[in-house]
Every structure is written in structure tokens, then in C-alpha cells.
Design a protein around this ligand. Structure first.
Ligand SMILES: Cc1cc2nc3c(=O)[nH]c(=O)nc-3n(C[C@H](O)[C@H](O)[C@H](O)COP(=O)(O)OP(=O)(O)OC[C@H]3O[C@@H](n4cnc5c(N)ncnc54)[C@H](O)[C@@H]3O)c2cc1C
Length: 509
């Protein structure tokens, strides 16, 4: 059942077993999993079924570090940011969960293996058509597509599978609306999570609508699922009893904000043998309902040996290079001519008039190491509900930048050794990320998962340290960001949390 919060009489108290705050990928997944269970679920969503500029404005905030689009990098209505996500999916790698001695603050309290069964279920929720992410053989198109076999394993081909992309609000609206045990309040903003006087148990949620209505929900258990920036803001705003905010006894809420810095055009590539370029590298390829894109990543042995974090490189075709191409002019940069000369020498059978090769542009996304100074706090500015807005201080370090540049060098060497292509790096070593960089709209780390309450915000079950009945869902719980887009992991963790909630209720019943 859907209820418009603007029609709920002022001062109403609603009792429920489980309150889920936020109906995005995480909140909708958890609610669906609990559909038909004996648990009464109240799903609370700030927006309605469509975009509304006034509601969206509640997401506006300050950006005081590396410039960041705090408003436009998320959407505030039923379905959340999945209303405009791109659908790139892949699980995090095993190494992403490990404590890496060269990455301060790394190490999740759970392993990739523990998450594997949930990843399998998440591929269905995200409609990927397969749970086999690196099945190059099946996609080889009778040998026409082949994986570039870089010697040494430092650089490897990995595959993303695309979600259609699943618009969670549209695809699962009927499931949520018809579930007998789920009530969804739309146009209803949680303004504070209020604990009892011990500060350890959530007692009630205060809600407000933009029309000025105020009411309360009293849940036995509460899951905060408002997205990677807002989860931190909500905990910080919940400061009536705990002055520093809920779960913030060790000043970790909002810290460790991580993105996946994107760089457009960090390198150029030239390939001589165009037949060696599988179709899945420069573009998405569809195999029935499975949609595949090949990318370059880095092997775990390389990352351990060289003490690096990961990068994903994509390529896109720019143009054919034929005899007489401007790149061959004496006026062009020596490196470009050298790239072509080397590649030409690897294809001795070619005539002078034939295509000499293909020029590719590149894009990349890279892992940002956890940094406590990169953080979300509360601004002095207020939103339309009178609540302090978010203040984003996104920090990128010299080490983050240098890691990326050195990964490019490794990529260039791998292509050189492979022999059929050459890479020219355009990304310079600089002390700061001064040029306008891109980002992935991935908000991670602000309520990080750790086993030690002093170093994080939630435990391995996603329960807020020190709280008896408050959980967090979403990429804010990521201890480290890995390189891969977050949503498949968000959904896997949501499914795991839903199972955990079921167990609690079964044990308590
Ligand atoms: C342009 C774009 C492209 C993207 N592409 C990809 C991609 O290709 N692959 C990928 O993996 N990820 C991608 N992402 C990220 C992806 O959208 C998010 O990881 C995912 O939506 C997170 O799910 P969530 O449920 O944690 O948060 P959200 O989907 O953001 O949902 C949070 C919900 O909480 C609600 N809410 C917020 N505050 C309150 C409140 N106080 N009270 C009640 N409700 C509240 C919001 O209205 C919203 O519905 C992309 C994001 C953007 C913006």
C-alpha cells in the first residue's frame, strides 16, 4: 500500500516492526525480500513517483573540497538514484575486501566469499542475465572476439555486465505496492532518528512533509537506506540525545568519503591489427539478454607486488589511421610518430595504402584510498525543512593521483610487450588534482564497516556500533571503494541484511 504522507494527520504515531528509510536500490531490495514475511515493514520515501524540483532541492549542499555535484549526483524520489543510473555492474574483487598493508584503513570485516551467494541473487535483482562475469569463451563469436593476452598478468581483461538498467522504482513498484505487509509513505521525510535516553536503541523517527505535516513512526528495528551521502547526514542530524550524532562516538560518521575519480582521455592508443580488437572492448556487445563490456584492470599479484590500488580503463574508437594520416607528419609530436612506426613494424605484410591502424581514446575510473579528511559534515545552510544541509569536503591526494599515473605506465608497458598496440600517456605527475576531474556518482565510505567500533560506524551485520536496532544499507558502509561501480554490491549487501533481519525476527518469534 502507498500512502501520501501529506495526507497523514499531524501528530499521528505509526507502530511497525521494521522501518526502512529511503526507497532506492537498497531500501526497495530489502522491502521486497521481506514481502510476505510476518514482519510489518514501513518504507519511508522523501519523494513521490516522479521527479520534483522542490523535493530534489533537499539534496542540495555545499562543496568545499574537490568540486563535487552534491545535488545532481543523486535523485530524491521513489527508486532513488537508480532512476538515472547507467547499469554498469560487476562484483568487487577478493582483494578489495582484504586488509592491504599499503592501504591505510583497508580491510572489510567480511570477505568476498561470504558475499558470493548474495552477489548471485543481486544479479537477478539487477537483471544482468548471468552471474558469470568473465565468460569470454561464451562471447567469443566463434573465435572472432578474443581477450588480449598481455604477458605477465599485471594487466588483465575483465568484463562488466549491464543492467537494462533496472529502474528500481518502476520495476518493483507493483511488488512493493501489493505486498500485504509493506506500507510505503511517500512525500515523507525522516528528519531525525531519535533514540531512547540510553542513546542505544532507536525509539522513534520524526517525519515532516514539505507541506508542513509532522508525524512519527515507532519501529522495533530501523534501517537507514538514504544513499551514501545522506546516510551520514541523517546520523549527524540525529543529535537530540547523542550530541555528536548517532553512531558517532568515535567521530567516524561522514569521514572516509570515497568516489571513483574518473579521467577522460588519460592516454591514447594505437592498434595495428584491427582484427585483434574484440568488439567488446570499444563498445557494449549484446548476447541475448546479456550485455557485455570488456575493460582493462590490474591483477591482484601486481597490486600486492607494486603496492597499488586498482584502476579500470575503457577504450573507445576514434578513427582509422591510413597512409598520409596527419599523425605521420613530421610536424606531429615525435611520440605519436614513434607509436605508429613501432606498430607498423609489427605488421610487415601491409601495403603502403592499407590502414595502418586504429586510434583509440581512453577513459578511466580509479580507486581512492580511504582518507579520514575526505568527509561529509553539516553545513550552516538550512534546507526547506529547516535542517542543516550536507557539506562535502572531497579530498584527493597526491598518492591517489600517482597511483593512477603509475598504473597507466604499467598498462603502456603491457601493451608494448604484447606487441599489437602502443599507448601514449597524457596524464601528468602533479602534486594536486587541479584540473576538473570526473567522478562516478558513487558515494562510499561515510558509515564504514569495521569490526572495531573505534575505527568505523557499522559492524559486519551493518548494525551501527553501540546501537541495538539501527542498521545502515548502501555504499556508505563500504570500508574501501574498490574500483568497481557500487550498486551490485549495494544490492548484495541489502539482500544479506534482509536475511539477517528475517533471522532476528524468527529467533525472537
Ligand atoms: C548518473 C548516475 C549514474 C550511475 N551509474 C551507475 C552505474 O552504472 N553502476 C553503478 O553501480 N552505480 C551507478 N550509479 C550509482 C547508483 O545509482 C547508486 O549506487 C544506487 O542508486 C545507490 O542506491 P541506494 O539505495 O543506496 O541510494 P539511492 O538510490 O540514492 O536511494 C536513496 C533514497 O532515499 C531517499 N531519501 C533520502 N533522504 C531521505 C529522507 N530523509 N527521508 C526519506 N527518504 C529519503 C531518496 O529519495 C532515495 O529514493 C550511478 C549514479 C548516478 C547518479
Amino acid at each position: 500500500m502507498f500512502i501520501d504522507g501529506r495526507n497523514v494527520p499531524d501528530g499521528t504515531f505509526i507502530e511497525t516492526d521494521l522501518a526502512i528509510i529511503g526507497a532506492g536500490a537498497a531500501g526497495i531490495t530489502i522491502a521486497r525480500e521481506l514481502s510476505g514475511s510476518g514482519i510489518s515493514v514501513t518504507l519511508i520515501e522523501s519523494g513521490g513517483f516522479d521527479f520534483d524540483a522542490e523535493v530534489q532541492n533537499l539534496y542540495d549542499g555545499e562543496s568545499v573540497g574537490v568540486p563535487y555535484p552534491i545535488d545532481t549526483s543523486r535523485l530524491r524520489y521513489f527508486g532513488g538514484s537508480t532512476n538515472h543510473w547507467g547499469g554498469w555492474c560487476r562484483p568487487l574483487d577478493e582483494i578489495d575486501f582484504e586488509a592491504r598493508d599499503w592501504v591505510p584503513h583497508s580491510g572489510w570485516p567480511i570477505t568476498r566469499k561470504q558475499l558470493d551467494p548474495f552477489y548471485a541473487r543481486a544479479t537477478e535483482v539487477c537483471q544482468l542475465g548471468s552471474n558469470d562475469f568473465d565468460n569470454a569463451e561464451a562471447w567469443s563469436n566463434d573465435g572472432k572476439n578474443r581477450v588480449m593476452a598481455f604477458p605477465g598478468g599485471d594487466v588483465v581483461t575483465r568484463f562488466f555486465l549491464y543492467s537494462p538498467p533496472t529502474r528500481f522504482g518502476q520495476k518493483y513498484r507493483n511488488d512493493i505496492g501489493t505486498a500485504p505487509n509493506i506500507t510505503t509513505y511517500l512525500n515523507s521525510n525522516v528528519t531525525e532518528i531519535v533514540p531512547d535516553e540510553t542513546g542505544r536503541t532507536v525509539e522513534r523517527l520524526t517525519l515532516a512533509t514539505l507541506t508542513g505535516h509532522k508525524f512519527e513512526i515507532r519501529p522495533k528495528t530501523c534501517i537507514l537506506a538514504t544513499g551514501g551521502i545522506e546516510n551520514a547526514r541523517m546520523l549527524l542530524l540525529s543529535n537530540t540525545v547523542a550530541k555528536a550524532g548517532l553512531g558517532n562516538g568515535h567521530d567516524n560518521v561522514g569521514r572516509f568519503f570515497m568516489e571513483h575519480p574518473h579521467v577522460d582521455g588519460p592516454a591514447q592508443m594505437v592498434f595495428t591489427d584491427t582484427s585483434s580488437m574484440a568488439a567488446w572492448y570499444p563498445a557494449r556487445v549484446d548476447y541475448g539478454n546479456i550485455h557485455v563490456r570488456g575493460v582493462f584492470m590490474y591483477g591482484p599479484d601486481y597490486m600486492r607486488r607494486e603496492k597499488r590500488v586498482g584502476t579500470i580503463m575503457t577504450i573507445h574508437r576514434k578513427r582509422v589511421i591510413a597512409a598520409g594520416d596527419p599523425m605521420l607528419d613530421d610536424g606531429t609530436e615525435p611520440l605519436e610518430r614513434a607509436m605508429l612506426n613501432v606498430t607498423r613494424s609489427t605488421t610487415s605484410t601491409r601495403g603502403a595504402d592499407e590502414n595502418l591502424g586504429l586510434l583509440f581514446g581512453t577513459g578511466c575510473a580509479t580507486e581512492q584510498a580511504p582518507n579520514p579528511l575526505s568527509r561529509v559534515t553539516l553545513s550552516d545552510e538550512k534546507d526547506a525543512l529547516g535542517l542543516p544541509r550536507s557539506r562535502m569536503d572531497w579530498r584527493l591526494t597526491f598518492e591517489d593521483r600517482e597511483n593512477l599515473r603509475l598504473n597507466f605506465e604499467t598498462l603502456a608497458r603491457a601493451f608494448g610487450r604484447w606487441g599489437e598496440g602502443r599507448v601514449k600517456i597524457l596524464f601528468a605527475s602533479k602534486p594536486v588534482w587541479e584540473e576538473a576531474e570526473g567522478w562516478g556518482n558513487h558515494h562510499m565510505g561515510t558509515t564504514r564497516m569495521t569490526s572495531d567500533p573505534r575505527t568505523g560506524v557499522v559492524d559486519a551485520d551493518c548494525k551501527v556500533h553501540g546501537m541495538s536496532n539501527l542498521y545502515v544499507a548502501g555504499s556508505s558502509v563500504f570500508t574501501t571503494s574498490g574500483t568497481i561501480n557500487p550498486t551490485l554490491t549495494v544490492v548484495a549487501l541489502a539482500l544479506r541484511l534482509a536475511d539477517h533481519i528475517k533471522t532476528i525476527y524468527e529467533e525472537g518469534a
